[in-house]
Design a protein around this ligand. Structure first.
Ligand code: GLC
Length: 415
């Protein structure tokens, strides 16, 4: 079995972390399979994949393709960027096609809208194609139309939650959709292990004794709600006791418009009077160390979160998470049992939950323990490998049937 994975970015955002776990799970379950990864840029993911025994090829996206994205900016701007990117996108898909034709993979597994499209254009005839869809498709005006056109080439789509499954079934009718939850490395993300010195990393002085540390860990995508988190910190009453906030992460994407900058967030913190009360550590290579140093982990996405890797990672570290309860994220926890919830964008509600946990060490402990248990039961590599490998096998068998049917002049069937 030779599988090619295609992924646009090499920074470790949610979809890349999910891919890392998937590669590790498949590698452990099927040591003899040949795994290849094609990346649209070089970055931390390439070394991570190599260390898992995956052969990595960097096929850099042309600049215009790399910066393309319709999650921000106006209609005219998006159309113009698309038109400008077309010639280089055509060249890119030809290069990819040659690369894939030379290796004849049995299956291609794509991540990210751009690679779904390139994968569909460049997929050899005898190769099965699986799209791994991590985000809502209906909210992407252009990408959804292009994906609909290209979806006939895909044998199946893996989606990261039931919520995304409903969206994809509605937006890309006819595509066979399989929800498979992500997993987390339970050894790396665990309550036991080294901690990061967040104060030093953020350039803050030591905190007062009994300070409760609350942090948001993730990329700077706008909809991740960094500003909601900052507003919630500013709303905390003094009764919450000493609380220090941390923003761990950085701007790792190259798409225009879609992410905040560090300067913008620092300015927001200053305007809210939070100087000295919130620290910015920048991107940290080991988010588990950062999470272990926190007493409370916040997830504050302002839009329905398709899944939310940071939620299961924080839970795996035995931390009480306050999560934004919408979309696929709402499938991952039960409010009051193994996490606390607030509605997307509701800074006062988030502040209330921070205060509740900051004042109650026992509650933090109880929720953190239940969180770890949930993750051990559900979000582990063995479960993921079982589900993914069985899908690969059935799609490849379906692919063989499709080929046989096609050579008999019958209609191709979907796996
Ligand atoms: C995307 C989604 C995020 C999810 C991740 C992994 O980044 O936006 O919700 O956790 O993919 O599936």
């Amino acid at each position: 079995m030779r599988i090619f994975y295609l992924n646009p970015c090499a920074g470790l955002g949610g979809a890349e972390t999910s891919l890392r776990e998937l590669l590790a799970s498949v590698r452990a379950a099927q040591p003899s399979w040949e795994l290849y990864l094609v990346l649209g840029e070089d970055g931390p993911l390439s070394d991570v994949a190599r260390s898992l025994g995956v052969q990595v090829t960097i096929l850099p996206f042309p600049e215009r393709v790399a910066r393309l994205g319709d999650s921000g900016g106006g209609l005219a701007r998006t159309v113009w960027s698309l038109i400008q990117a077309l010639p280089s996108a055509t060249l890119y898909s030809r290069r990819l096609k040659r690369l894939l034709a030379a290796r004849e993979p049995r299956l291609i597994h794509t991540n990210g809208f751009k690679m779904h499209l390139f994968g569909a254009w460049a997929c050899p005839n005898r190769t099965a194609l699986i799209w791994h869809i991590h985000d809502y498709v209906s909210t992407r005006r252009f990408a959804s139309r292009l994906l609909r056109l290209a979806s006939k080439k895909a044998s199946a789509a893996i989606v990261n939650s039931k919520s995304v499954a409903r969206d994809v079934e509605k937006t890309l009718p006819g595509l066979s959709v399989r929800p498979i939850y992500n997993c987390v490395d339970l050894e790396r993300f665990s309550p036991w292990g080294p901690k990061a010195d967040l104060d030093a990393l953020a350039g803050l002085g030591p905190a007062a004794r009994n300070t409760v540390r609350v942090g948001l860990v993730g990329t700077f995508a706008r909809w991740k709600g960094h500003k909601v988190f900052l507003r919630a910190l500013a709303l905390l009453p003094s009764a919450a006791g000493p609380v220090r906030g941390y923003i761990v992460g950085g701007a790792i994407y190259r798409t225009e418009q879609s992410q905040c900058s560090l300067d913008e967030l620092r300015a927001e913190a200053r305007n809210l009077g939070l100087e000295g009360q919130v620290g910015f550590t920048g991107f940290l290579p080991d988010p588990a160390e950062a999470m272990r140093s926190l007493d409370i982990v916040v997830h504050s996405s302002t839009e329905p979160e398709p899944f939310g890797m940071v939620i299961i990672e924080g839970m795996a570290c035995g931390k009480p998470i306050i999560a934004s309860q919408a979309g696929g994220a709402a499938e991952l926890f039960t409010d009051g049992e193994n996490a606390l919830a607030h509605l997307p964008g509701d800074a006062p509600a988030l502040a209330k939950q921070i205060e509740r946990l900051a004042c109650d060490a026992e509650l933090r402990e109880r929720i953190g323990r239940a969180a770890r248990k949930t993750v051990e039961k559900t979000y582990h590599r063995k479960r993921l490998a079982g589900e993914v490998v069985s899908l690969y096998e059935s799609v490849c068998q379906g692919g063989a049937m499709r080929l046989a049917a096609a050579t008999r002049g019958e209609l191709a069937i979907r796996a």
